[in-house]
Design a protein around this ligand. Structure first.
Ligand code: MRU
Length: 351
């Protein structure tokens, strides 16, 4: 099985997701700047994976700081954190991970630079390990919503590649399969970056979970033909009221699912639930380069001079969401109450 991201003595190693499925390559990123660039350029992507990468990048950056002067160290350390905060705006796990790293620093700032650097590395590794455990917990809650022989429609990639391992939406599928259920997956190709075609199909094939690729515009056809039992997607940020920001196209799927009476489930760790934003309107939506729409790889698919827009995410209003699957259980509407309740439940000791 592949590793999405790994800490090594040489640097942070991650599978280059831009090159999948044709090449499986693992660049070694030796500086925090390289890790930040990798997040921005989607070498690594997916909300939880971005959080882990930022944590490891910050730990790497702290290790590289040359000064022995605590004030100078602090200034450089916060600048490194800022570099990561500027990589991608929508996935809240990024900011959540940066905050965790800052908290470690602030707690230990009087103890000496060596111990700070060591503690930052440990925290990054802890975030990584925790993510896999939380995904497994989420998976086992979510699997109870899946029946034997169900066909699950998913969008983008919310799998092992989008996390430290196992996945959120695909974690639910994996867990249902582990329970012995015969589950198949319809994967939306997910234009323009093709995370569904390139990544979801790739990782499900590796696990021998039956997967069929469709273009985004085919979802309604399969729902109308009663070939979809439920939709399960991940999330980049969930507002306090249950509005869900996820890959562009998620909203259209949710509207279609409701029209056809198909449950629409969102699987996301509680770190993706942002109680500081009351509704989806407050979630910043990343606008990416129009070139991703105009060209497929290096091949242009529209005439010279074509204007294009490329919002990377959309917001699904909570009325379309049947349930939000978290590591502490399943939240149902009204989400303002159910999400707050789950967020406030004591965390289990995970290691
Ligand atoms: O632009 P991406 O590929 O980072 O977008 C990823 C998604 O939208 C995922 O569905 C989301 O991050 C959940 S990943 C477990």
């Amino acid at each position: 099985m592949f590793k999405t991201i790994e800490w090594t003595d040489e640097g942070v190693v991650m599978i280059d997701q831009r090159k999948l499925p044709s090449q499986e390559v693992y660049p070694v990123l030796k500086t925090y700047g390289e890790v930040a660039h990798a997040i921005k350029e989607m070498v690594i992507r997916g909300a939880p994976a971005i959080g882990v990468a930022a944590a490891m990048g910050i730990a790497l950056g702290a290790r590289q700081i040359k000064t022995e002067n605590p004030e100078e160290f602090e200034k450089i350390f916060f600048n490194i954190c800022e570099t990561f905060a500027e990589t991608r705006p929508t996935a809240v796990n990024l900011f959540w991970a940066i905050t965790r790293m800052k908290q470690v620093y602030l707690k230990l700032k009087e103890t000496g630079l060596r111990s700070i650097v060591a503690a930052l590395k440990n925290e990054a590794l802890h975030i990584q390990k925790e993510d896999v455990l939380l995904n497994r917990m989420m998976g086992s809650h979510g699997a109870n919503l899946i029946k034997d022989q169900d066909c699950v429609l998913t969008h983008c990639n919310a799998g092992a590649l989008a996390t430290a391992g196992y996945g959120t939406a695909l974690g639910v599928v994996r867990s249902a399969v582990e329970q012995g259920k015969r589950v198949s997956v319809l994967a939306d190709e997910t234009r323009p970056f093709l995370q569904g075609a390139r990544l979801t199909v790739w990782e499900l094939q590796k696990d021998q979970i039956p997967v069929t690729l469709i273009t985004d515009s085919m979802a309604g056809y399969f729902m109308k033909n009663q070939e979809v039992n439920c939709v399960v997607i991940g999330a980049d940020r969930v507002a306090a009221n249950g509005d869900v920001a996820n890959k562009i196209g998620s909203y259209s799927l949710a509207v279609l699912a409701r029209e056809h009476g198909i449950p629409f489930y969102v699987a996301a760790p509680l770190s993706t639930i942002d109680l500081n934003v009351s509704n989806g309107e407050e979630i910043p939506i990343e606008q990416r380069s129009p070139n991703e729409v105009i060209a497929l790889g290096k091949t242009f698919i529209a005439p010279d001079g074509t204007r294009a827009k490329n919002p990377a995410f959309d917001v699904t209003p909570n009325i379309y969401v049947s349930a939000i699957i978290t590591e502490k259980g399943i939240a149902r509407p009204p989400f303002v109450e159910s999400l707050r309740l789950l967020k406030n439940l004591p965390s289990m000791k995970l290691t």
